[in-house]
Design a protein around this ligand. Structure first.
Ligand code: ADP
Length: 275
């Protein structure tokens, strides 16, 4: 009898566990569904806003033949800027979706951080048509051990962090990149002397579509997806990414960690920005 009761208890426990797992699974599915619905709503809003502006500009150009040349130019420039914003948004959104759904093939290899930083800085300079960047200086020792990562994605993280640092720092400010080794990890830090981040915003800046007040979005031309993309990439190689700032106008520092290779004997490759 005792044996039979023990068996019954065992079966009941297994069933209870199965139900608990099922409940867990249900909760996870519900959370996923909520995220999907949020994402559709947010993306819809983010795309609709520039699209409406483009429509208004084109309608005015089409229906107001007497519009002055200056105003025409303003309308065209606004429509072009919002078209570019939509293009970036779709590109970042697709990149984030690929990363989140695990559809990215990773090719980690030994890399020189210095070479990846050089590529990232050149890419930032090449895109800066207004010539209004703060000074960017790299303080990385040439003897630094190699890191192990996918070069294409490491350069992507560096470009996004440097790009943000430059966007939120006036031209007379400074942006610095440095690296410190800690065990078998390397901590890479991008510091700027720009507008800073309030302490209660240091975590949320990594959320999708988070941006400071809407008006600034227009002038900085970002998508609000850059840091979410960086976090996905860094997590993939087992690293962490975080932000520090003393607050408004106190500058910011973004850190991320990356695995280091102790020996320099492995063949070396630099990153590649072509996706
Ligand atoms: P965005 O495309 O807007 O730059 P990100 O995801 O890269 O999107 O950054 C999200 C937000 O975090 C930015 O809009 C800005 O408010 C804040 N942020 C990011 N980097 C910095 C920085 N270096 N200094 C101040 N604020 C920053």
């Amino acid at each position: 009898l005792v044996e039979a009761i023990a068996t019954q208890i065992g079966v009941a426990l297994i069933q209870a566990e199965a139900y608990a797992n099922l409940e867990d699974l249900n909760q996870q599915l519900e959370a996923l569904d909520r995220t999907r619905a949020n994402l559709v709503a947010i993306t819809g809003h983010e795309l609709r806003t520039p699209l409406s502006t483009i429509q208004v500009c084109l309608e005015s150009l089409a229906t107001e033949p007497d519009m002055s040349l200056e105003l025409r130019q303003v309308m065209l420039n606004t429509a072009l800027a919002d078209t570019e914003r939509m293009r970036k948004l779709i590109q970042d959104f697709l990149t984030l979706s690929r990363l989140e759904s695990g559809r990215v093939e990773w090719h980690p290899e030994p890399l020189s951080l210095n070479e990846c930083i050089d590529l990232a800085i050149s890419s930032i300079h090449a895109r800066n048509l207004n010539n209004d960047l703060p000074e960017i200086s790299s303080q990385i020792s040439p003897d630094l051990p190699l890191v192990r990562a996918d070069g294409e994605w490491l350069v992507e993280v560096l470009v996004k962090l440097l790009d943000n640092a430059c966007k939120f720092t006036p031209p007379q400010g400074n942006v610095t990149i440095k690296a410190d080794s800690n065990g078998n990890l390397l901590k890479v830090t991008v510091t700027d002397t720009g507008r800073g981040i309030e302490p209660n915003r240091l975590q949320v800046v990594f959320d999708r579509f988070y941006q400071e007040e809407g008006a600034l979005r227009r002038t900085t031309g970002g998508t609000g997806l850059g840091l979410a993309i960086c976090r996905q990439i860094v997590n993939n190689w087992g690293g962490e990414i975080w932000a520090e700032s003393e607050g408004k106008d106190q500058g910011s520092a973004f850190h991320f960690t990356i695995p280091m290779i102790s020996s320099r004997s492995e063949p070396r490759r630099s990153g590649n920005t072509n996706k």
